[in-house]
Design a protein around this ligand. Sequence first.
Ligand SMILES: O=P(O)(O)OC[C@H]1O[C@H](OP(=O)(O)OP(=O)(O)O)[C@H](O)[C@@H]1O
Ligand SMILES: Nc1nc2[nH]cnc2c(=O)[nH]1
Length: 187
Amino acid sequence: MLKILRESLLNAPIVHRGKYHYFIHPISDGVPRLEPELLEEVTEHILGMVSKDFDKIIAIEAMGIPLATAISMKTGVPFCIIRKRQYGLEGEIKLSQETGYSKGELYINDIFEGDRVLIVDDVISTGGTLVALMSALEGVGATVTDAIVVIERGDGVSRLKEMGIDVKTLVRIDVTEKGVSIEDIHE
Ligand SMILES: O=P(O)(O)OC[C@H]1O[C@H](OP(=O)(O)OP(=O)(O)O)[C@H](O)[C@@H]1O
Ligand SMILES: Nc1nc2[nH]cnc2c(=O)[nH]1
C-alpha cells in the first residue's frame, strides 16, 4: 500500500528556501509530473480514512486542488478552493497564512453555518495554515468532518492535537539537505 507515494518521496529533490529544506514532489508541487497512478493511490487512501459524511470538500490553493478534484469526481461532492486571491464577495473571510517559508493571505468563500466539510491538503509542516483555517471555519459555524493531509513534516500535527484538532496524514517524513526519509507511513 502507498508504494508509489513511498518511492516517489524517497526520490524527491530538495531545494533551499532560506534555511528551510524544501522537498519537491508531484503531490506537493505538480513537479515532476503527477502520474494518474499516484493520484489514484493517494485519493483512494484518503477516502478510506474518511470517518463521517461530508457535503463540501475544501482545498487550499494550489496543491490541494488536484486532490479535491479527484475526490470530488469519485464522490460526487462539490469542492471549494481557499484562494490566495481576494474576490470581495459578501461573506468572504480573510485568513493570514504563515508557513515555514512564506507569509500571505487566504480567502474563504461559499462556506456557511451548518456545512459539513472535508479538508484535504498536500502538506502540513508548521500547521499554521490549518490552525488559521480551522479557526475561521469554527467562526462561520461549519463542521470539519475530517482534515486529511497527504504528507506530514515538522510538528504541525502535534501542535494541532494540543489544540484538540485531529489531523490525519498518510505519511510522515523527515527532510534534510540529503533528501527525504520516511518516518511513518499509513499502510
Ligand atoms: O503547515 P504549514 O507550515 O502551514 O504549511 C502547509 C502549507 O504549505 C503548503 O502551501 P503553500 O503555501 O506552499 O502553497 P502551494 O500549495 O501553492 O505550494 C501546503 O499546501 C500547505 O497549505
Ligand atoms: N512542496 C513542499 N511543500 C511544502 N509545504 C510545507 N513544506 C513543504 C515542502 O518542503 N515542500
